[in-house]
Design a protein. Structure first.
Length: 344
């Protein structure tokens, strides 16, 4: 009973007022309840009633028992479990026109973690069933209350057509979901699409076995394989992307010609992505600023004290322009660098 401090012999102090015992209210969570009022106390999972003289009587809540096929599902904020009949199902009861020689994933979902999962197969519209052995089982938990049960068949063939049954057991209850699988025949082509800021040749529908070639626009490079083959499953073996090329700088070193008009041309960099496989070339720069004759596209590579140097030695510069362009691109095409060398 919730009865406050006694004020006089036959009265009690309640909410600042002295009242007789038979006029006492029930106090619950700071609120006053009249005699006969009922409520649920979710903190203790009980049903409560206010009785005469401020007495509160609570009894444990009576929860519904689940039927033979329903499963009790617990919610963190609820006192009683929810009885769920449809605790396992499939969102894709039919998978039609599945291309042969591809991979297909059959799925069913459950709101409980299954005790066991079986996949069965029928090639006579469900008249007879046997264990499915064409593929492999997989289970993935999508969130706290949802599980995805998968049956994956690689390299699908016409012989895989039929009805697949996902059978799940939990707490002596069993549920099933059937999925019909029909193929559409093997692919005959792939679709080649140019990447953003790039090109592919040939483009569009290409036959099985065809090789396509990727290229990128200026200031972009091919990240990934530059070629791909149209495979038997109707997909390309690889699809690259075109990424921006990063510009860095070579440092030109002194180029002073000797008495025989010969000079060593050198440029250096600390970026280790420029290695002995980088494409580096030295060209004369004409008086009008255009790129002139090639001096060498196979300079000597060296690495000393953390610096990479490309060198073309003993170049005869008699009668040649007095400026040289050292330009290079890393082996993967992701970076490019330049430097202008002045011959003195």
């Amino acid at each position: 009973a919730v009865v406050s401090t006694q004020s006089t012999g036959n009265t009690y102090l309640q909410n600042g007022t002295c009242v007789a015992a038979d006029e006492c209210l029930c106090e619950y969570n700071g609120d006053f309840m009249i005699v006969g009022a009922t409520w649920e106390n979710n903190d203790t999972c009980s049903d409560c009633m206010c009785r005469a003289e401020g007495e509160i009587v609570c009894e444990p809540q009576k929860c519904q028992k689940c039927g033979k096929q329903a499963l009790p599902i617990t919610h963190n904020d609820e006192c009683c479990d929810e009885c769920v009949k449809e605790w396992m199902w499939t969102d894709t009861p039919e998978m039609l026109d599945v291309p042969q020689k591809t991979s297909v994933t059959l799925k069913c979902n459950a709101v409980v973690q299954p005790y066991s999962t079986f996949w069965l197969y029928s090639d006579d519209q469900g008249a007879n069933w046997r264990e499915a052995t064409q593929g492999r089982k997989q289970r993935k938990q999508l969130n706290d209350r949802l599980f995805e049960l998968r049956y994956i068949i690689d390299d699908v063939a016409q012989t895989d057509e039929g009805v697949y049954r996902c059978q799940v057991k939990k707490r002596y209850r069993t549920r099933t979901a059937d999925i019909i699988l029909i193929t559409s025949g093997p692919p005959t082509s792939c679709t080649a699409v140019a990447p953003a800021n790039g090109l592919v040749e040939p483009e569009g529908e290409v036959e099985i076995g065809t090789t396509v070639f990727y290229n990128c626009e200026d200031d972009f490079y091919v990240k990934g394989e530059a070629t791909a083959e149209c495979q038997e499953d109707g997909t390309l073996s690889s699809i690259p992307t075109c990424q921006p090329i990063t510009e860095v700088q070579f440092t030109p070193l002194t180029a002073k010609k000797n008495k025989r008009n010969r000079v060593n041309l050198r440029c250096t960099i600390e970026d280790k992505s420029f290695n002995n496989k980088a494409n580096v070339a030295f060209n004369y720069i004409n008086e009008d600023g255009s790129i002139g004759a090639l001096i060498s596209n196979k300079p000597k590579y060296s690495l000393k004290q953390g610096k990479i140097t490309y060198t073309v030695g003993g170049v005869n510069v008699l009668g040649k322009p007095e400026t040289v362009l050292c330009a290079g691109v890393t082996a993967d095409g992701s970076k490019k660098a330049i430097a202008v060398i002045t011959i003195t």
